[in-house]
Design a protein around this ligand. Structure first.
Ligand SMILES: [Zn+2]
Length: 53
């Protein structure tokens, strides 16, 4: 199952990647729960703001 964490800056790229990998429109969720707050972006070292699945 696909799950990409991304910062705001890389959200467009992450959406493109997700679409390419799954062939379906990706689902983007804002990370709100505490457990995911320390997760970093898949494309840079920034803190992830969205998760895409
Ligand atoms: Zn990033």
């Amino acid at each position: 199952m696909l799950l990409i964490f991304t910062c705001i800056e890389h959200s467009d790229r992450a959406l493109d990647d997700a679409l390419e990998k799954t062939g379906e429109p990706p689902n983007m969720e804002k990370i709100s729960d505490e457990s995911n707050k320390s997760t970093s972006c898949s494309y840079c070292k920034n803190q992830a703001v969205y998760k895409i699945k």
